[in-house]
Design a protein around this ligand. Structure first.
Ligand code: SAM
Ligand code: SF4
Length: 266
């Protein structure tokens, strides 16, 4: 489907929860996060119906994200529902990885094709400082589990402060090379300040070729991460929400004062 600037929108990113088992410093405050209330969280049937309509309009690439998607109860069932939907040629997930030892095999069997796993550093102390909660060794186990399950390719999402030449990023690049993984460097962004850059090794952040729209866990279709615009599928109905999201997708991102990475999904 084409938006009003003739960009072909074929990529839907679906946030299935705003909950997370980490509190990464650049993503969430340590405490006092206002969560979406349970009644506002879309059911799997609502998510499925929204993805299905998108697919009928030309979406063929779907990424499940969060919050941490693997903390959503029954997530494997949702993957199975989407895995059986004709027309999706790329079904992926972005995860912090720590629940992959539990879920990787089931996810693969349900139809998940590949994963992006977030890894900013290989220094266990720094990892704890960044995530406030996480253990580096658990993510490394998650990467192994993804490999063993045959989720492929595995990409590492590495958030960088300034450059892919900073020591933590170089170490992650080296680790990726040794383990036959791909790596994408994501400049740390600030939605509120409108501070964003193109993802190195990926396609995000380049407005001219942006092919994506987003669905939040409470049903808002967001045509742009760096904009407050959203169209809620429960309020407007799925078809109209899509029509508006496409026709109002901004030419370039600007600022987002109402959303955060953890509730839009990055
Ligand atoms: N919990 C999962 C994870 O961390 O992979 C999925 C959701 S997370 C919001 C998606 C991606 O957004 C992660 O790779 C994370 O590193 C990135 N992210 C979060 N906050 C960011 C920020 N301020 N700037 C750049 N990337 C960010
Ligand atoms: Fe959670 Fe992912 Fe945000 Fe870290 S980046 S707090 S793992 S949602």
């Amino acid at each position: 489907m084409l938006d009003c600037f003739n960009r072909n929108i074929n990529y839907l990113r679906v946030s299935v929860t705003d909950r997370c088992n980490f509190r990464c410093t650049y993503c969430m405050p340590a405490e006092g996060v206002t969560m979406i209330s349970h009644k506002d969280i879309l059911s799997f049937d609502e998510i499925f119906a929204t993805v299905k309509h998108g697919v009928s309009q030309g979406i063929n690439k779907v990424r499940i994200t969060g919050g941490e998607p693997l903390v959503r109860k029954g997530i494997v069932n949702l993957i199975e529902m989407l895995g059986n939907l004709d027309g999706i040629t790329d079904l992926s997930m972005t995860t912090n990885g720590i629940l992959l030892p539990k879920y990787a095999k089931q996810l693969k069997a349900a139809g998940l094709m590949r994963v992006n796993i977030s890894l900013d550093t290989l220094d266990a102390d720094k990892f704890k400082t960044i995530t406030r909660i996480g253990e580096l060794s658990d993510v490394l186990k998650g990467i192994e589990a993804a490999k063993e399950a045959g989720l492929s390719p595995i990409k590492l999402n590495c958030v960088i402060k300034k450059s892919h030449n900073e020591p933590d990023a170089l170490a992650v690049a080296e680790f990726a090379k040794k383990n036959n993984l791909q790596v994408r460097f994501i400049h740390e962004m600030n939605l509120e300040k409108g501070d964003f850059k193109v993802v190195e090794g990926g396609s995000g952040g380049d407005c001219k070729i942006c092919n994506r729209i987003r669905l939040t866990a409470n049903g808002s279709l967001k045509p742009c991460l760096f904009s407050d615009i959203d169209y809620n599928i429960r309020e407007l109905g799925i078809e109209q929400a899509y029509e508006l999201a496409l026709s109002k997708k901004p030419k370039t991102g600007h600022k987002n004062k109402t959303g955060n990475f953890y509730n839009i999904g990055g």
